[in-house]
Design a protein around this ligand. Structure first.
Ligand SMILES: *Cc1c(COP(=O)(O)O)cnc(C)c1O
Length: 375
């Protein structure tokens, strides 16, 4: 009955295929132990301070959150040493990405520019809004050619999305180059720098300021940064993202967003997570060390591994085993990784860095599968 009246942009969407869950795979393969290394979640789970805060505030959930999440905004501004008027929060950074497209791009007139492959939400939310999406393929080594990206930009380009470090490859462009890109864009075109994985970028002896324009305090006026509590802070299920926007845009954001999209427990969880320096330090250490172990291990198994500054690695198995086969055989052994067909990279797999035990199980299973010695 509604077939003909649903908006054409919506009818054109393919059904979303979510990652497989631990419970699903347990049931389907009759396995007891299943390891999930598919969604770049925190390998240490939940911080104790967050767990306590959630328990302590359970009694408050009959209340509405405060409009505009003022406590949260103040705490984030203090933590990141930035002007609270520039901070917005959303139901995951997903909401912020969606809102920016809706706030700036006019259907049938404006366009949005990003790389191919990239995080799927940039093109999908643009398509839903009826906004043209223009995509520049990344280089063969998955680095970015900003000169080529700029050739897609015209006076109707309202947003350009850049992910740094990138998902799914882990490539991290130099901050100077990102700054240069912003400066070469028209002043009324917003450069959205998605730093979902930036915490993982610095090596042991580096700081975030070596890789992040935002941390360097060096954001051009037509650029904004998006951060998330889903990855390094381990709060993916509570859905909190943060944007640092030009103050003018932040003010429009608060007028346009759904009033209570960041809930009371999410707010308390972030406040507690910001206090838990120990958990964060251990997370970063675990990911840095695990990333090296997995990189070395996969390379020893003749896989082609992309250098990554994020909490995942992208790799191609040796020619004796297709990515699809390896993905399926890992599933049969209770190890969930990410096949990248939906990123148009059918030859690659993305594996999230796990804890030491998960990394060991993954490498052992991969070695057995590639040796052909499995069932
Ligand atoms: C995981 C991820 C996010 C975070 O999404 P949330 O909605 O905050 O969970 C944002 N951008 C990229 C590129 C990601 O991979």
């Amino acid at each position: 009955m509604f077939e003909n009246v649903v908006r054409p942009e919506i009818r054109a969407l393919k059904p979303y295929v979510p990652g497989r869950s631990i419970d699903e795979i347990r049931e389907e393969y009759g396995l007891e132990n299943v390891v999930k290394m598919a969604s770049n979640e925190n390998p240490l789970g939940v911080s104790n301070l967050v767990r306590e805060a959630l328990g302590r505030h359970a009694d408050t959930v009959f209340r509405y959150p405060a409009g505009g999440n003022p406590r949260l905004v103040r705490a984030l501004a203090e933590h990141w040493n930035t002007d609270p008027a520039r901070i917005v929060v959303g139901n995951g950074s997903d909401e912020i990405i969606d809102m920016l497209v809706r706030m700036l791009a006019v259907a049938g007139h404006d366009n949005v520019v990003c790389f191919r492959p990239c995080f799927s939400l940039y093109p999908i939310q643009s398509l839903i809004q009826g906004v043209e999406i223009r995509r520049q393929p990344v280089n063969a080594d998955f680095s970015f050619d900003f000169d080529k990206l700029l050739t897609l930009v015209d006076e109707n380009t309202r947003l350009v999305f850049v992910t740094t470090p990138d998902n799914p490859s882990g490539f991290c462009p130099r901050p100077d180059e990102v700054r240069n890109l912003a400066q070469r864009l028209p002043q009324n075109c917003l450069l959205v720098i998605d730093e979902a994985y930036m915490d993982f970028a610095p090596a042991q002896d580096e700081s975030e300021a070596d890789w992040s324009l935002f941390k360097r305090g060096d954001l051009p006026d037509n650029a904004c940064v998006i951060r998330t509590f889903s990855k390094s802070y381990g709060l993916a299920g509570l859905r909190i993202g943060v944007g640092i926007l030009p103050a003018e845009l932040a003010s429009y954001y608060w007028r346009a967003r759904l009033p209570f999209s960041v809930n009371i427990l999410a707010e308390e969880a972030v406040l507690a997570a910001l206090e838990d320096e120990g958990f964060r330090e251990l997370t970063l250490k675990t990911v840095r060390e695990g990333r090296e172990v997995l990189h070395r291990g996969l390379a020893e198994l003749s896989c082609t591994v992309l250098p990554s500054r994020a909490n995942f690695l992208m790799f191609m198995p040796p020619s004796s085993c297709s990515a699809a086969t390896l993905y399926k055989k890992l599933l049969e052994r209770g190890i969930i990784v990410r096949a990248l067909a939906s990123y148009e990279l059918p030859d690659y797999i993305r594996v999230s860095i796990g804890n030491a035990e998960e990394n060991r199980l993954f490498l052992r299973a991969t070695a057995e599968i590639l040796a052909g010695g499995d069932r």
